[in-house]
Design a protein around this ligand. Structure first.
Ligand SMILES: Cc1cc2nc3c(=O)[nH]c(=O)nc-3n(C[C@H](O)[C@H](O)[C@H](O)COP(=O)(O)O)c2cc1C
Length: 270
C-alpha cells in the first residue's frame, strides 16, 4: 500500500474537501444574499405593476416603478403615517424610508402588530401589522390612477400574498395577483393562471350601498346575472383555495383591513 492510500491521508483529504466546500457554500450564501433580497423586491414590484396593469414588455421594472408612490397607512385610523404623526423611533424610521418598510416582518414584532380576534379573522392570518404599505400608481401627468393594496390570507396549504388594485372610484378592480403561495399547481395554483386573473378587471368590490360585495363562486359567472359584476369564477377543483381568495379579499376591504383607509379616501378624495 503506497503512503497515499493510508487511512490517515484519506481522512485528511475528505476533511479538507469538507472544509473547502463548506467555506464555498457559506461564502456563496452570504455573497448572494443582497442579490436575493433585490430580486425578491423586484418580483414584488413586478407583481404590483401587474396588478395595476402597468407592466410593459421590454421596459425595466425599476423604470416603470417610478410611476408608483409608496405610502404607509395606519390600518386602524386609515391615515397616512407622516412625520407629524410618527411618535416612536420605529415609526420615524418608517417615515424616513417608507420603501424599506416590510409589513410581513412587522407582523412578527409585537410592538408593530396586533393579534386578531378569531371572530374577525376570516383570512386566517392571526396577526396583522399596525401599518401597511399602499402603492399609488400615477399617470403621465402625476395624477393617481390606481391604488394597489397588499392582501394576504390562507388558502388550503399556504398563506397567499398578493396585491389588489382598484381604480380611483375605490370600487372597480384593475387587477388581482399573488406573488407568493404554496397551493397545488393545476388546482389552487391556478390563481397564477393569466386566464383566471383576466376575469378580475372590471369587477366591483362594493355594491350601491357601499357594502363589500365580491365573491368567488363555484363554476363560471353567468354574464347575464345582475350579480355578475360582484362575482368571480371559482377555481376548478380548488374550492378551498377559492374560498380563501374570497375571504382574503373580503377581509382586506373590511373594517379590520383597509376599510378605514378607503373610507378616508372616499371622504377626502384620492
Ligand atoms: C394532492 C391534492 C392537492 C390538492 N390541492 C388543492 C388546492 O391547492 N386547493 C384546493 O382548493 N383544493 C385542493 N385539493 C382538493 C381539496 O382537497 C378539495 O377536494 C377541493 O378543494 C374541493 O374542490 P371542488 O369542490 O371544486 O372539487 C387537493 C387535493 C389533493 C388530493
Amino acid at each position: 500500500m503506497s503512503s497515499n492510500d493510508s487511512t490517515g491521508k484519506t481522512l485528511l483529504v475528505a476533511a479538507a474537501l469538507c472544509v473547502f466546500c463548506s467555506i464555498f457554500v457559506s461564502y456563496a450564501a452570504v455573497a448572494l444574499k443582497p442579490e436575493q433580497i433585490a430580486n425578491k423586491q423586484l418580483d414584488k414590484n413586478r407583481s404590483i405593476l401587474a396588478a395595476a396593469g402597468l407592466l410593459e414588455p421590454g421596459k425595466k421594472i425599476a423604470d416603470l416603478f417610478k410611476r408608483v408612490e409608496v405610502k404607509i397607512v395606519n390600518l386602524e385610523t386609515g391615515e397616512y403615517l407622516t412625520e407629524a404623526n410618527a411618535t416612536t423611533d420605529w415609526e420615524k424610521a418608517i417615515v424616513a424610508n417608507p420603501a424599506a418598510y416590510d409589513q410581513r416582518k412587522a407582523v412578527k414584532i409585537p410592538a408593530q402588530s396586533v393579534v386578531l380576534d378569531p371572530a374577525v379573522d376570516i383570512a386566517s392570518i392571526k396577526r396583522q401589522p399596525k401599518y401597511a404599505t399602499v402603492y399609488l400608481a400615477k399617470d403621465e401627468q402625476g395624477e393617481v390612477e390606481t391604488i394597489v393594496l397588499p392582501v394576504s390570507g390562507y388558502g388550503l396549504w399556504s398563506t397567499l400574498h398578493g396585491f389588489l388594485a382598484l381604480k380611483t372610484d375605490l370600487t372597480t378592480v384593475v387587477g388581482l395577483g399573488f406573488y407568493e403561495h404554496a397551493e397545488t399547481p393545476g388546482l389552487g395554483g391556478e390563481v397564477d393562471n393569466p386566464k383566471w386573473k383576466s376575469v378580475w378587471p372590471g369587477k366591483k368590490v362594493f355594491n350601491e350601498e357601499g357594502k363589500i360585495d365580491i365573491q368567488l363562486i363555484k363554476g363560471s359567472v353567468d354574464p347575464a346575472s345582475p350579480k355578475a359584476a360582484h362575482q368571480v369564477d371559482g377555481l376548478a377543483g380548488a374550492t378551498l383555495t377559492s374560498r380563501g381568495v374570497s375571504n382574503l379579499v373580503n377581509y382586506w376591504l373590511g373594517s379590520s383591513g383597509f376599510g378605514p383607509f378607503l373610507a378616508k379616501l372616499k371622504e377626502q378624495g384620492v
